[in-house]
Design a protein around this ligand. Structure first.
Ligand code: DMJ
Length: 630
């Protein structure tokens, strides 16, 4: 009745108001609903990533987009679908700028005798550059004119996403390079001088005979050292090496290469250099070598052969056997998985994931410990009953943990195998020496314990510490602390202060005896990285300066006994003879790829210089990004 008494105008106003309120209601409902929707998704994600391993609490987030599942449809992963790279003016950095670490060379404050002029000038130069052209990149961006690149960037290649953990993060004040880091730079420059003068473009320097040796004929030392130069801030050296890669690195060669060694050193080195520099040249080269290594997987069991002819596209096992080494077939995964993520081509990841899945199911393990050989025809372990964390098995254990971290801590089979294996180590391989009660990892052969430990095993404290940092049980960290002390003693108890390749520990106390015994055949030192690598992890996670001091002692002993005055460092034959350590005339590529890189990182107090929550190192010390959960 009242409605009818209203004038037409009054009714229209009321109707209009109702309609307006209804529209507002609909709009605010959808915008309020969004956050709830994402919250719900988040909690589902959390549930999915929670591992079912008892004692596990996850500490650190994964940071990059997840990889495509080997058997999934490309379209299901928008981040991975082929996309055209954005058109950038060519003065602007190509590649994943988000992952680039800050150039330490801008922050150099200290001077050394060797380097005064460069150090004084560079910060000024850097500041000038920064002020004048914000968008012009530093040398680390390795700006390349389009015509300098070997191939145009493929439309299939996608740029990695920005790590979620740094989004919106304030730029930190740069941490100056300290005196010990300067000493590492000086050592690197000295090694590089030898390589440049006598072995440029070849695999390894022979510093005494002032010549070189070839293994694959692919400039192994140069490629292995690329990301070290980047991290150390060696601008000129990096640019020169980059030119060699652009103009001289050719994989279309009739040459047999070892699948594992070329994956960890060449593919790993190229991928990490791509990530640090953003220069697509390195990704193109990585794709090329990755494709050429794929024939190795064409075996009856899909467990890869050890050798591939990268020119002919054929692969084969060693001449005397159809076995492959377990560590070799299970330590190529980080690199091939990353190659799939970057290229959008699933075949790389599929091949290596299949190997891991297969090994996961195999019998012949002893509480998670694996034998050293696997047959490429049957796919079964061979030479059963011998268990070591040294040569031929070492990086199997390392890559279980690191793949789990790389993939966003979701692949539970990897974690299960890792946790079980560490329990196996504790049960079968751990012992204490006399007189110092050093905890060491021995070997087991058909039920008999041997107190033998390879220097290679010294990767283990670092890996255990990395696991603990990622939420695994605290007793892994305790074990890491005990083992790194042992690895240090393998240096400290020896006359030159350098570790031999293999030690035997004393199990029974005898007057005047040390914990460490060395057999004549094991007295060599190849400039290996494992102890320094573990010292780096231990320092990062504990902040205990004693680890830096131990590393400093080791660097000084390398300088004292292995440095060749005309350039380069050499492996030596006798760590027990300070007056004649018997130089072997060879500088392994991992001295530049790993040992000096880990030294530099160990002495740094900048946790963002290769942040361990964003990167995972492959077994040749090449950092690769950690992926975020899907
Ligand atoms: C390197 O090639 C790698 O670290 C590998 O995992 C073991 N051997 C050398 C260094 O000692």
């Amino acid at each position: 009745k009242k409605w009818k008494q209203l004038s037409r105008l009054q009714r229209s106003v009321i109707l209009f108001l109702f309609a307006f309120l209804a529209v507002c209601g609909v709009i605010s409902y959808t915008s309020i609903g969004e956050p709830w929707k994402s919250l719900t998704n988040k909690s589902l994600d959390d549930q999915r990533t929670d591992p079912e391993i008892p004692g596990l609490k996850l500490a650190n987030p994964a940071v990059l987009p997840a990889p495509q599942k080997a058997d999934a449809n490309l379209g299901d992963y928008p981040g991975l679908s082929p996309q055209k790279p954005p058109k950038l003016p060519h003065h602007v950095r190509r590649g994943p700028s988000n992952l680039q670490i800050k150039p330490p060379w801008r922050d150099v404050r200290l001077k050394t005798r060797h380097d005064t002029s460069r150090i004084v000038e560079e910060p000024v130069q850097a500041d000038k550059e920064e002020k004048t052209e914000k968008s012009v990149i530093s040398w680390r961006g390795a700006v390349i004119e389009p015509d300098q690149s070997t191939e145009p960037p493929s439309s299939k290649i996608k740029e990695p996403e920005k790590p979620s953990s740094v989004e919106g993060e304030e730029q930190k004040e740069p941490v100056p390079i300290n005196e010990r880091q300067m000493a590492v730079i000086e050592a690197f420059r000295h090694a590089w001088k030898g390589y440049k003068d006598f072995a440029w473009g070849h695999d390894e320097l022979k510093p005494l005979s002032k010549s070189y040796s070839e293994w694959f004929g692919l400039g192994l030392t140069l490629i292995d050292a690329l990301d070290t130069m980047w991290i150390l801030g060696l601008k000129e050296e990096f640019e020169e090496a980059r030119k060699w890669v652009a103009n001289n690195l050719v994989f279309d060669k009739n040459v047999d290469v070892n699948l594992f060694e070329s994956t960890i050193r060449i593919l790993g080195g190229l991928l990490s250099t791509y990530h640090l520099s953003g220069d697509t040249l390195f990704l193109e080269k990585a794709k090329d070598i990755g494709n050429r290594l794929m024939p190795a997987f064409k075996t009856p069991s899909k467990v890869p052969y050890s050798d591939v002819n990268i020119g002919r596209g054929t692969a084969h096992p060693p001449r005397w056997t159809s076995d492959s080494t377990v560590a070799e077939v299970t330590s190529i995964q980080l690199e091939f998985r990353e190659l799939s993520r970057l290229t959008g081509d699933e075949k790389f990841q599929k091949a290596v994931d299949e190997v891991m899945k297969h090994v996961h199911t195999l019998s012949g393990k002893n509480d998670g410990l694996v034998p050293m050989f696997i047959n490429t025809n049957s796919g079964q372990f061979t030479h059963l009953g011998v268990y070591t964390l040294g040569a031929r098995a070492d990086s199997y254990y390392e890559y279980l943990l690191k793949q789990w971290i790389q993939g966003g801590k979701k692949e539970n089979e990897l974690l299960e195998d890792y946790m079980r294996a560490i329990e196996g180590v504790k049960k079968h391989l751990l012992q204490r020496s006399q007189p110092k009660q050093l905890t060491f990892v021995g070997e087991l052969a058909h039920g008999h314990f041997s107190a033998k430990m390879d220097h290679l095993v010294c990767f283990l404290p670092g890996t255990l510490a990395l696991g603990a940092h990622n939420g695994l049980t605290a007793d892994h960290m305790k074990l890491a602390e005990a083992l790194i002390e042992t690895c240090y003693q393998m240096y400290a108890q020896v006359e030159t202060g350098l570790s031999p390749e293999i030690v035997h520990f004393n199990l029974h106390a005898q007057k005047g005896q040390k914990d460490v015994e060395i057999k004549p055949a094991d007295r060599h030192n190849l400039l290996r990285p494992e102890t320094v690598e573990s010292l780096f992890y231990m320092y990062r996670f504990t902040g205990d300066k004693k680890y830096q001091d131990w590393g400093w002692e080791i660097l000084q002993n390398f300088n004292k006994y292995t440095r060749v005055p005309t350039g380069g460092y050499t492996s030596i034959n006798n760590v027990q003879n300070p007056s004649n350590p018997e130089p072997r005339d060879k500088m392994e590529s991992f001295f530049l790829g790993e040992t000096l890189k880990y030294m530099f990182l160990l002495f740094s107090d900048d946790v963002d210089l290769i942040n361990l929550d964003k990167y995972v190192f492959n077994t040749e010390a090449h950092p690769l990004p950690i992926w975020a959960p899907a």
